[in-house]
Design a protein around this ligand. Structure first.
Ligand SMILES: *Cc1c(COP(=O)(O)O)cnc(C)c1O
Length: 352
């Protein structure tokens, strides 16, 4: 704490990202990164972009990337917004669409960045309690509010909400923006992007960090009707005109073009997820049905926190949240088959 800090700086409680420890080599299953490398075509495009043109600013409108994304999803270019990771896109979205006078709604168990953004931007919020099986109670989102946001699939549970339920939420909130954070949608869910022309209040946010193996490149998107995207551009251009650099733009465009590589890696992860879920179920774990690249599990015979520490000691890093309702669960990112075999063997020895 310093006397030179603003009142806001003194007050905020920053988001705590998963550990990136350097003390020893871990099997890292704690931050939902993709275990597979990015497409070789992406690496090549990035190398090509590392040339003398770096002396020049990048395109502030990111037109080529927007055109590539619009083409991929069958949207118009003015229905696409891009930013430095979806965390930045989400921050801009809070500023663009939510006001201080009415509380926004999000689930009590969800991505822990939402309350941080709400606090930083002085936006009040009400928590919607998830059901005992972690599904979202759709009708609890019908009450008066200043906006709605949740991930689909939800984090850290992996629980998926159907598009039919999302449409119900949209129809009951026509005066507010409903943000669907689709960071994990490529691992078995159906994207709400197809609903954009039908709902003027729908904003869909996505990222290259998880399903395209590019957490290190920092690229995220938002899709919505033109009037929403125009608002996001106003806020972005009041902060930083160049949120995406030349390297990121080149890599992102190629990532969206290499469909074959994308399909291969995402299907591999989904397959591994099912194998791991079954193996853990057999030894007594409660495994929440997941449509993400992680699973949310409750161990038998041992508190989750103990299992977390014992796994860490043995070189396997997973995520534990010391938080009511989920403090007996662990979130485990799906790694390669070899990593997951090792995880399962280690877990079996501990819970036996
Ligand atoms: C990982 C994650 C993000 C952030 O992704 P970046 O694009 O890397 O900033 C956003 N929302 C949820 C729910 C996530 O899990």
């Amino acid at each position: 704490m310093s006397k030179y800090w603003s009142k806001l700086t003194k007050k905020v409680k920053p988001y705590i990202p998963g550990e990136q420890p350097k003390d020893k080599k871990y099997i890292k299953l704690n931050t939902n990164e993709n275990p597979y490398p990015p497409s070789p075509r992406v690496i090549e495009a990035i190398k090509q972009a590392a040339d003398e043109n770096l002396k020049l600013y990048p395109d502030p409108t990111c037109e080529k990337l927007k055109a590539t994304l619009a083409d991929y999803y069958g949207l118009k270019q003015n229905q696409v917004f891009v930013g430095n990771g979806s965390d930045e896109v989400l921050a801009f979205s809070f500023m663009t669409f939510f006001d201080t006078d009415k509380s926004i709604l999000f689930p009590d168990i969800t991505y822990s960045f939402y309350p941080v953004y709400a606090d930083v931007f002085h936006i009040n919020y009400d928590l919607v309690n998830v059901e005992d099986d972690f599904s979202l109670p759709v009708d609890k989102f019908f009450k008066s509010n200043g906006g709605v946001i949740f991930p689909n699939p939800n984090a850290p549970t992996g629980k998926y909400t159907s598009l039919a339920s999302i449409e119900e939420i949209l129809q009951n909130n026509m005066e507010e923006v409903v943000i669907i954070d689709e960071a994990y949608i490529d691992f078995g869910g159906e994207s709400a992007v197809k609903l954009i022309d039908k709902y003027p209040n729908l904003l869909v946010v996505q990222t290259l960090s998880k399903s395209r193996s590019l957490a290190g490149l920092r690229v995220g998107f938002a899709f919505g009707q033109e009037h929403l995207i125009e608002g996001l551009e106003r806020i972005k251009n009041s902060f930083n005109s160049y949120t995406l650099d030349r390297i990121a733009l080149a890599g992102a465009i190629e990532a969206m073009k290499d469909e074959e590589y994308f399909q291969g890696t995402r299907l591999k992860i989904m397959k591994t997820r099912e194998v791991v879920a079954e193996a853990l179920g057999k030894v007594g774990f409660h495994v929440i049905d997941s449509k993400a690249n992680f699973i949310f599990i409750r161990p038998p015979r041992i508190p989750a926190e103990d299992l977390f520490h014992q796994l860490k000691e043995q070189g396997v890093l997973v995520r534990y949240f010391k938080q009511p309702k989920i403090d007996n669960f662990l979130r485990v990112t799906i790694g390669t088959d070899e990593e997951m075999d090792c995880f399962i063997e280690t877990v079996k020895k501990i819970v036996k």
